[in-house]
Design a protein around this ligand. Sequence first.
Ligand code: HEM
Length: 454
Amino acid sequence: MRDSEVPGPRPHQIPALLRLAVSDPLRSMRQTVARYGDVVRLPIAPGRSIHLFCRPEHAEHVLVAQQQRYGKAFTYRPLREWIGLGLITSDGELWERQRRLIQPLFSHRRVLGLQPLMAEAVSRTLDSWDRLPDGSVLEATEAMSGLTIDIVGATLFGADLSGDKDRVYHAVESLQHAVTRVVKNPLTWVAPRLAYRTTPGYREWDHAKSVIDAVVARVIAARRARDRGDEGRDLLDALLDARYEDGSAIGDRQLRDEIVTFFMAGHETSANSLAWTLYLLSTAPAVRERLEEEVDTVLAGRVPGPEDLDKLVWTKAVLSESLRLYPPVWTVERDAEAEDEVGGVRVRPGSTVIVPPYLVHRHPAVWPNAEAFDPERFLPERAAGRHRYAYIPFGGGRRMCVGNAFALIEVVLALAMITQRYRLNLLPGFDPAAKFTVTMRPLHAMAMSLHRRG
Ligand code: HEM
């Protein structure tokens, strides 16, 4: 197909669309897809375009089959200001070296070994809820964030971060806000550092960064000071012991960047997913009753162990469906480094390709009644035959989420344990609009009343 034949806005329409993309990214994407279809080209400069691909086969092409032609998009660069060159933001040889070192530490078997520590962290939160009067109101996004910060602290760093929850929650909010502001600055395309320094608000973000840095520095210093071998082996121990192929160990700067990355990537995504799930359950009483029945039957009042996870089939289906409708990482973006052709469309080097899980997950050709919350879609009999890349909450290919096993175990466990003891009811008037920053989180406070079960 010739460039001019690819559906998409004409050059004079682009500035208005980019302005909308900056103020309301999802609306601009949905409008674009509604008008031009699921393969769109936006010519933004001579020889340079933004491409939007929303079909599963195109997700597979870009993220997996032809992944060697693509690098992470320029849009991730502002993140380097805070997380440095950790696994999410690095590229090329540095990324490959780090991924080889880190991936084995997140294997399913290893993460399953962390399950008891995760359960203890969830119990701590639920015990704190037990001290509140029945019917107390909590803000679900913040509460889930506190829970997952606790889990990350305990399982990955062997640290008690319960006293840091509030500060970290607000610092992460501020950093998310910063990324969206910086990406709006046209300088991001050519000089990301300068873009950061010239975007109003950066002093506040520097402060947020120093909050995260202080927590991480404390965690690392405590571990270095400790007698090795006297306690359990969490991720930090494993990372300190791991060796590159040439026998060397990870350096201080790289260690800091990776730890900040795990810390940031490891709690906010899971927290959002749990908050959206609690919202969805609150709107679907029959789904919630079935969940309560499953949890009561499988666990029979016990704290779940690793052997219980596979039996929680409905719990998993509920979470999968929640991740379909509200994928915390709602857009995945790549810059083409080599020429490619996707679905008959030529992609030139330097162009940016957007594959949004949010839209792939709601593609009407793959997902009947796509907007509805229907966990049955994820029961084995209904899932059979579906395109493998129709569902990509963790991305795909070599840059797929390294923490996906961790995340799935964590959210299943947390939802099962919460359901075992509590029912959360959304207070009337909640507007489920989302805020699209690096992740997709509820825009408004999600007030829920807490009721002890049984
Ligand atoms: C529900 C929870 C989570 C979701 C939906 C999620 C989603 C994703 C997605 C879509 C990517 C790929 C981005 C891309 O291709 O550009 C990614 C990458 C990554 N995630 Fe997650 N994630 C979750 C939880 C976690 C957890 C718990 C950790 C760590 C403990 C983690 C660590 C990472 C890292 C380090 C990367 C970069 C991997 C690389 O590029 O090599 N994530 N995540």
